[in-house]
Design a protein around this ligand. Structure first.
Ligand code: SF4
Length: 136
């Protein structure tokens, strides 16, 4: 074991067995030296992914102009590398879209140039549409 290596217990989220997998690795150069107690190869792959290239689907919200609600919830079309999430969130905080928004609408195409889009995950109707519906 080299001097920088650490040992971590990670709970696998791939299936309900929730194996507690032990991994020994060097966080500086991200080299894994040992993975133990995974009951199947999927758990080993998951740990390798988490240590070497962690990815997350980002769920957040974007400002809406003229909407019944001020925000529309969005998610990334695919998981993104964890180390670009901060940059992505800063960019998303500058975005605004016009109502109406529908579930599945493309809110922003590939904002970071890494082939990841932002997709709406809820409906936001126009403010005027609400007044019409309410008969005002
Ligand atoms: S290691 Fe395999 S069996 Fe264990 S939780 Fe992960 S996927 Fe399930």
């Amino acid at each position: 074991m080299c001097e920088h290596e650490v040992t971590e217990i990670m709970t696998c989220i791939i299936c309900p067995n929730s194996c507690r997998i032990e991994v020994q690795y060097d966080p500086q150069d991200r080299k894994i030296s040992r993975i133990s107690f995974a009951r199947c190869p999927k758990g080993v792959q998951w740990v390798e992914q988490e240590i070497l290239h962690p990815m997350r689907t980002v769920c957040t919200s974007v400002r809406v102009l003229g909407g019944r609600d001020p925000l529309v919830s969005v998610r990334t079309s695919v998981p993104v590398p964890k180390d670009v999430i901060e940059k992505l969130m800063r960019f998303i905080s500058t975005l605004q879209v016009e109502a109406p928004c529908h579930i599945g609408d493309l809110i922003c195409r590939d904002p970071l140039g890494i082939e990841v889009d932002l997709i709406a995950t809820r409906e936001v109707t126009c403010r005027d549409a609400q007044f019409t519906k309410a008969g005002r």
